[in-house]
Design a protein around this ligand. Structure first.
Ligand code: ADP
Length: 306
């Protein structure tokens, strides 16, 4: 098994989670449960997911000089992730306000805070070895992503671009993505659609036409579809079914998926195999409360089938 690194450059947030009967409508106030604060943020989640599975993982990000920052640092390093490039800055740690409804679905507002400090200068000196896997998402400033991705790609890293939350991306970022990972609403936005997506197979092909070398579209309880082009330019799509689990809390499921997928790629797995493992890891994550707290270790993953 290869020992290539997974380097996650991204956000770290304190998740403030409140259970509600329903999401508030315009002008409505809803009384919820007591708030529970736990470590989250797409970047930190992805790093922790890969770290817990036993990967060689580094996290590049920023937290504030506060209790939430300490909580995040402990969670990320506790997963075995290298936090040498996790900076403490003089801005509050990013915060996500998460409402969870009884069906396990969530609605999220993010206050970026320290994540805004993950700037171009911070990623300028990162060094890449061939085979490294760089993972980015879009909860850090977009110029950081557009600066970093083409450079890392040219230096020989494989780049996993998780376009979440969705934002239009420049062509050189899309072209470096291998894969581009999006959920259905993110795909909708990248493809400029408003009426909801139809036909998963067609959607992944359209996403591939945006320039990435490969695409993974996640479909919640329906699993994921991947698409890649062979040497002759022919497109191959594969559907991987989700595991059947009772959804307790879907927060961070997509991040668990991206973290596990990236680790698989760093370990030399073909995309299909990495997606299959990511699906199993994400199933664990939806079956337990929290984001990072819900991610399985390699032993937990092999010891049970959720
Ligand atoms: P996001 O969390 O980014 O919105 P998805 O909802 O598509 O992304 O979920 C990501 C992955 O998590 C899916 O591809 C699937 O493998 C897994 N997953 C999500 N929801 C469920 C569920 N209810 N049951 C089983 N697996 C799920």
């Amino acid at each position: 098994m290869s020992t290539a690194r997974v380097v996650v450059v991204g956000s770290a947030n304190a998740d403030v989670v409140v259970d509600v009967d329903h999401r508030p409508a315009d002008g409505e106030t809803v009384l919820g449960s007591d708030a529970v604060v736990s470590p989250g943020g797409k970047g930190a989640n992805q790093a922790v997911a890969a770290g817990r599975l036993g990967g060689r993982v580094a996290f590049v990000g920023c937290v504030g000089d506060d209790a939430n920052g300490q909580m995040l640092r402990a969670s990320i390093s506790g997963a075995g992730v290298d936090v040498t490039a996790l900076r403490t800055v003089d801005v509050p740690t990013g915060t996500a306000i998460i409402l969870i409804t009884p069906d396990g679905e969530n609605s999220i507002v993010v206050a970026p805070g320290a994540n805004r400090r993950v700037d171009e200068a911070m990623v300028e000196d990162l060094e890449w070895e061939r085979g490294d896997v760089l993972v980015v998402q879009l909860e850090i400033p977009l110029p950081t992503v557009t600066h970093l991705v083409p450079r890392a790609h040219r230096a020989g890293a494989r780049v996993v671009v998780n376009a979440a939350p969705a934002a239009p991306l420049p062509r050189d970022v899309l072209q470096a993505a291998d894969p581009l990972v999006v959920n259905e609403s993110e795909a909708d936005l990248l493809l400029g659609r408003t009426a909801g997506l139809q036909g998963e197979d067609g959607v992944v092909r359209e996403l591939l036409d945006l320039g990435p070398r490969s695409v993974v579209l996640t479909l919640g309880a329906r699993g994921a579809v991947l698409a890649e082009r062979d040497r002759n330019g022919a497109v191959r799509t594969v559907h991987v079914a989700a595991h059947r689990v009772t959804a307790v809390d879907t927060t961070g499921a997509g991040d668990a998926f991206v973290g596990a997928l990236s680790l698989g790629l760093a370990q030399g797995e073909p995309l299909d195999q990495a997606v299959t493992r990511a699906t199993a890891v994400a199933a664990h994550a939806v079956g337990r409360r929290g984001a990072q707290d819900s991610y399985p270790t390699a032993d937990e993953l092999s010891g049970s089938t959720p």
